[in-house]
Design a protein. Structure first.
Length: 365
């Protein structure tokens, strides 16, 4: 099954966000993979070569046994993470496609995308096997910074979005925070400069020695003010107030569109406290309130959202959350995944990306 959100920019360029899932959970893994790949091939074929994938992420139920069987076609940066779809299927796929994109592979899972304007750097499933979560996080961010330097940028000036998938998140997330904080201090990312929109969530790599893996997205060629941090202080406080370092959301304006990247967002208040502990329905509602506040702060609405990724700590909450999302968001692609949130009191977290057509004097995408 494929759910697609199609956008047309102010310059009549197309952009697509798609979530591909499996219809029958009783099928074998290979049959499920065939079904997803058939839908993916149809998506690419319908684009007629005009739109190309710029990023993909596979969500699998058993990375140790499944990752090696996934296609590695080199079409774009691709991530694989063990976050089982809670529909009891074995895999799902998120795809982001852009009209006019030219994709070139660099090194170590990094890809450069250009459309005649800015240059976009994507990394999928970067990892450092054998290192603890603090050292691995520090090393991965240093590597991204080095690649950006080769392209004429820096982590401070050009990184837009990161994702950290943490094995045994209740134990290893503290190391991710420490490694990121150390890296950011050295590279000038601070409350008075900027941080990076991010998700830190439970997730496993096929290699059991990988404590944390990272995906990242950066943009080079930006003008001052083109990228900005988005906050909703009446609802969520700055993360540095409770010892972590990421932006609630980041927006990037181009000549014909605004991209908004909303970080992993939970049922939190503007003091950094868990709201409605133990109540999945009320936590979901408060989470939506927080996300809506960030959308409004960026002059966006729910209709501008291209896809949503929803993370649950307890699979027993799936039926409730599935019903709530299906009723409120029938037209937005989303997938609900088994992935513990970084603080045990949070039962649910979500992230999303929005695209709003605008006309500006900024450089093009």
């Amino acid at each position: 099954m494929i759910k697609i959100k199609r956008f047309v920019t102010a310059d009549m360029r197309r952009e697509v966000h798609a979530i591909i899932t499996v219809s029958d959970p009783t099928l074998s893994f290979h049959r499920q993979l065939e079904e997803v790949m058939d839908d993916y091939a149809s998506l690419v074929r319908d684009a007629g070569g005009v739109m190309k994938p710029v990023f993909r992420r596979w969500f699998v139920s058993d990375s140790a046994n499944q990752s090696a069987h996934l296609p590695h076609d080199g079409a774009c940066a691709t991530s694989v993470v063990e976050q089982a779809p809670l529909s009891l299927t074995k895999l799902a796929l998120w795809v982001w496609m852009i009209e006019g994109a030219e994709v070139k592979q660099l090194v170590d899972g990094a890809f450069v995308v250009s459309c005649g304007g800015c240059t976009h750097l994507f990394e999928g499933s970067r990892c450092r096997p054998g290192l603890d979560s603090e050292a691995a996080t520090y090393e991965m961010l240093s590597s991204t910074d080095s690649i950006l330097h080769w392209q004429g940028g820096t982590l401070l000036d050009n990184s837009v979005r990161t994702w950290f998938f943490v094995q045994n998140v209740d134990v290893n997330y503290a190391g991710v925070v420490a490694g990121r904080n150390r890296s950011f201090r050295e590279k000038g990312l601070a409350p008075h400069t900027r941080f990076i929109a991010s998700t830190g969530i439970g997730g496993r790599n096929a290699d059991s020695t990988v404590a944390v893996q990272m995906d990242s997205y950066s943009v080079l060629g930006l003008e001052p003010g083109q990228m900005r941090q988005v906050n909703a202080p009446d609802y969520l406080n700055p993360t540095h107030e409770y010892g972590v370092a990421f932006e609630r959301a980041t927006s990037v304006d181009y000549s014909d569109r605004r991209h908004l990247f909303i970080s992993g967002t939970a049922s939190i208040d503007n003091k950094g406290e868990v709201v409605w502990e133990g109540d999945i329905r009320r936590q979901t509602l408060r989470m939506w309130t927080n996300v809506e506040a960030l959308l409004k702060a960026a002059e966006c609405e729910w209709k501008d959202v291209g896809h949503m990724l929803v993370y649950l700590r307890d699979p027993a909450d799936y039926c409730v959350v599935k019903e709530m999302f299906a009723e409120r968001f029938p037209d937005i692609p989303y997938v609900i995944l088994l992935a513990p949130v970084c603080r045990p009191g949070w039962l649910i977290e979500m992230e999303c990306m929005a695209m709003k057509p605008i006309k500006t004097s900024c450089p093009s995408f």
